[in-house]
Design a protein around this ligand. Structure first.
Ligand code: ATP
Ligand code: MG
Length: 302
């Protein structure tokens, strides 16, 4: 894997585990209400190295959520296997956490944020659970909101609570299904940076499903593109942009535009652009806002 902090060689916190996640030959069909079995995943194989951040992009309805549910042990593959360091994944394992798109469905409105986070912890006394949950909320900048309820927070803050819950245990693999799709564009840039910061600090591997090619290129070490249903991998692009990344500098880097074009070409089914060929459409302009960390320093939470 490329150094997570890129070419500058800025001291990288250690990756905490040495296991690879292996998805091999996975096929999955789902039964519709009329009883017909529809093929969703057709022979999907890829690996995620320890500490690697892999983004998965593909058309709507391709089977991305089905793929994540299969990787997470929520669905059993019809054929093929998911293994982690040799261990078969056949139930949601303790080392894996999932963040879904819709935070309003993943947080219980009648429970304080602290208790929502503590739900992920078991096998310890109440005091320790609460301490750990409070620490996880601190880590996402919500220490002051531990005693509040989710409905007292903005959408972006609620998704941070969901993130704190996902990361409060001993997580080696974080799986995210369009985690920023329900928040506004400015909050989205903040949350992207928040996840990158936590990933850098905590050393977990991550799989990020997103519709947003720019987000995939901005965040990932590698982007995998899926075909429309039944999903197959149509190609992948290694993202060699330096880290740490920054919304203004990274998105203005000419290399960002090239990589964006390569991924978009895969998603749109036109393959990799030929060298010297016609230029592909460029990425959206960098957001006209200061990087998230500046706003966070000013205490302006979403
Ligand atoms: N429980 C189910 N039973 C039958 N078909 C299903 C079920 N869940 C999903 N599907 C079908 O599987 C296909 C893939 O769905 P999936 O949710 O995995 O796609 P997706 O790539 O995540 O889409 P989106 O980008 O819109 O989130 C869709 O055609 C959907 O209709
Ligand atoms: Mg989906």
């Amino acid at each position: 894997m490329a150094s997570r902090w890129g070419r500058e060689g800025i001291a990288a916190p250690g990756v905490r585990h040495e296991r690879r996640l292996v998805v091999r030959g996975v096929r999955k069909g789902l039964r519709t209400a009329s009883g017909e079995v529809r093929e969703i995943l057709a022979d999907v194989s890829f690996e995620v190295a320890p500490g690697e951040l892999v983004a998965v992009v593909g058309p709507s309805g391709a089977g991305k959520t089905t793929l994540l549910r299969t990787i997470s042990g929520l669905l059993a593959p019809d054929e093929g296997e998911v293994r982690y360091g040799g261990e078969a994944v056949d139930d949601v394992p303790a080392w894996l956490s999932i963040v879904f798109q819709d935070y309003s469905k993943s947080l219980f409105p009648w429970m304080r944020n602290l208790d929502n986070v503590a739900l992920a912890l078991s096998g310890m006394g109440r005091h320790e659970r609460e301490q750990r949950a409070a620490g996880a909320l601190e880590r996402v900048g919500l220490g002051a909101f531990a005693r509040s309820y989710p409905w007292e927070l903005s959408g972006g803050m609620q998704q941070r609570v969901a993130l704190a819950r996902a990361l409060c245990g001993e997580v080696s693999v974080l799986v995210m299904d369009e985690p920023f799709a329900s928040v506004d564009a400015l909050t989205r840039t903040q949350l992207e940076d928040e996840v990158l910061r936590l990933w850098g600090e905590m050393g977990f591997s991550a799989i990020l499903v997103t519709h947003d090619v720019g987000e995939a290129v901005y965040m990932a070490d590698r982007v995998i593109a899926l075909s429309s249903r039944p999903a197959r991998i149509v190609g992948e692009v290694a993202i060699d942009l330096p880290r740490p990344r920054d919304h203004l500098a990274t998105r203005q880097d000419p290399r960002f535009g090239q990589l964006y074009g390569e991924v978009l070409a895969l998603v749109e089914g036109v393959g990799r652009p030929a060298a010297g060929g016609a230029p592909l459409p460029g990425p959206p302009a960098a957001p006209a806002v200061p990087p998230a960390r500046h706003r966070q320093e000013e205490g302006d939470l979403p």
